[in-house]
Design a protein around this ligand. Structure first.
Ligand code: ADP
Length: 228
């Protein structure tokens, strides 16, 4: 369902962030994307929702070369890919409910549908009692749960999370990972970039490792456990 074919990304300043990456991620997989800072994890994730485009090679999603999408089709691609970031990126002047419903309102849904769906996803991420709180009234873990609810509210096929636990303590990080695993079990393909080996080692998932823009391993075995 996601295919990278000989993807190289060179930024305008000459940095080669990804070099000749070829990989396939099947529908329904949970994949960790690991590697030290600067390895190219964020760049790879940005290619998936066309925040960046490859310099060479192709990115295919559901068989479609996403470089060929017309401008008008990009929102459709992005609706099918939920994105979660390390810094949550919530709107500070909106409640948890409003942050999530805002992601839905741009589509065509009735008020009632929006109400039901937003309540459902906030319930799913464990925030039933925090619906009307503003981000500053929520802990980091709770804010990330709102961001995850927002990312899944439109039922995307793919959820990408770029260092989603980077700002969270170890206990909260484990809970967020558990939530992402639950979302994966409900059928969503999940790609999670992280450099936290303790999390990777907790789950027995596929691990794609990048280093200096190159794919250095792809499999279940963690080869870089020494990175702590
Ligand atoms: P990671 O997410 O693994 O830390 P990144 O994909 O952010 O890695 O970065 C890979 C390399 O590309 C780094 O050397 C980084 O400095 C560089 N880079 C990332 N974004 C840009 C950009 N917009 N312009 C120029 N260089 C960039």
């Amino acid at each position: 369902m996601i295919k990278l074919l000989n993807v190289t990304k060179v930024y305008p300043n000459g940095v080669r962030a990804l070099q000749d990456i070829t990989l396939t991620i099947e529908k329904g997989e949970f994949v960790f994307l690991v590697g030290p800072s600067g390895a190219g994890k964020s760049t790879l994730i940005k290619l998936l929702f066309r925040e960046e485009s490859p310099t060479y090679g192709h990115v295919l999603i559901a068989g479609k070369n996403i470089a060929r999408l017309r401008k008008s089709q990009i929102p459709i691609l992005r609706r099918n890919i939920g994105v979660v970031f390390q810094d949550f990126r919530l709107l500070e002047d909106r409640t948890a409910f409003e942050n999530v419903s805002f992601a839905m309102e741009v589509l065509e849904h009735s008020k009632k549908e929006i109400q039901q769906r937003v309540h459902h996803v906030l319930n799913l991420v464990g925030l039933k009692d925090r619906i009307h709180c503003y981000p500053h009234q929520l802990s980091g873990g709770e804010q990330q749960r709102v961001a995850i609810a927002r990312a899944i509210v439109n039922r995307p096929h793919i959820l990408v999370a770029d260092e989603p636990t980077g700002n969270l303590d170890p206990e909260t990080s484990k809970e967020i990972l558990k939530l992402l695993i639950d979302i994966n079990r409900s059928g969503t393909t999940v790609i999670m970039a992280t450099h936290e080996w303790s999390l990777v080692n907790r789950a027995n998932n596929r691990v794609i490792a990048l280093d200096k823009g190159k794919l250095v391993s792809d499999g279940e075995k963690v080869l870089f456990a020494h990175e702590g």
